[in-house]
Design a protein around this ligand. Structure first.
Ligand SMILES: Nc1ncnc2c1ncn2[C@@H]1O[C@H](COP(=O)(O)OP(=O)(O)OP(=O)(O)O)[C@@H](O)[C@H]1O
Ligand SMILES: [Mg+2]
Length: 251
């Protein structure tokens, strides 16, 4: 579904992503892990066309992603959340989720033209309510981000990402900063979203989450792939333990 081939991204002399390849298969939860600064977010930013790679190819469902503008990636069926929340602070939760819906309808301008304005708004409104119900944030729709706890905000951002009905969802540390209870909730949400047919590329430091939800795990260090396999294999891989899991144990 997503084919990343020999991608290199340099910042000055630093190769944040170095000849990196990975392939995400439809229907899977594919985790990308690695120590701080490994290049995971840079890779997300490259896939979503925020950063231009110096080298390599990225295809989504056979189509060259690197020929698209950042604005168009979402219309192809790719959506994301951010490591540092990027909700619209001046909008309430309802409007934040609604902003994701706009993208859903823009995918096909004809679906808007063929409806009356009223129908479109009604349908979009219902969809926001439906999503809010699933993510258990219905009672927060009128609140603004500044008024809400972090755990709720993470869910709102995920809800906005889902609103555009993507086929592939890129999640950058959805459990970061969450307590144990909130982390369990996020695990359930990730699994539920995947069961509804979304393919997920997940960056996450919390090994509980990674080992619990992943079909396959790719490990990155200094911009390069150092291992790939099912959770069982990765948790036993000596190089991975050395560069990553071991590091966590020491922390
Ligand atoms: N815009 C930028 N300009 C210069 N260097 C950058 C830029 N973005 C990232 N880097 C550097 O590229 C490397 C990879 O960073 P990146 O944020 O992709 O790592 P990461 O794997 O997401 O780490 P973390 O787990 O801490 O989020 C780091 O050395 C970082 O300092
Ligand atoms: Mg990152």
């Amino acid at each position: 579904m997503l084919e990343i081939n020999d991608v290199t991204v340099s910042f000055g002399g630093l190769k944040a992503v170095n000849n990196f390849s990975m392939s995400v298969k439809p229907g899977e939860i594919h985790s990308l892990i690695g120590p701080n600064g490994a290049g995971k977010t840079t890779l997300f930013n490259t896939v979503t066309r925020i950063i231009e790679p110096q080298n390599g190819k990225i295809e989504f469902k056979g189509e060259n992603l690197l020929s698209l503008n950042a604005n168009d990636v979402i219309y192809k069926g790719i959506s994301r959340t951010f490591q540092n929340l990027q909700l619209f602070q001046a909008m309430n939760v309802f409007d934040n989720i609604y902003s994701g819906i706009i993208y859903l309808y823009n995918k096909s301008i004809f679906s808007i033209l063929s409806k009356s304005r009223k129908n479109y708004e009604e349908e979009a409104r219902e969809r926001v309510l439906e999503i809010a119900e699933i993510f258990e944030i219905k009672n927060r729709l009128a609140s603004f981000p500044a008024q809400l706890p972090y755990g709720i905000l993470k869910r709102v951002e995920l809800a906005r990402a889902i609103a555009s009905d993507p086929e592939l969802l890129l999640l950058d540390e959805p459990a970061a900063g969450l307590n144990n209870y909130e982390t369990e909730e996020i695990i359930d949400i990730i699994k539920m979203v995947n069961e509804k047919g979304k393919t997920i590329l997940l960056v996450e430091h919390d090994m509980n989450v990674v080992m619990n939800v992943s079909n396959i795990i790719t490990v990155m260090n200094f911009g390069q792939k150092i291992a790939e396999g099912v959770p069982e294999e990765i948790s036993k891989n000596e190089e991975v333990i050395k560069v990553y899991l071991g590091e966590e144990e020491n922390a």
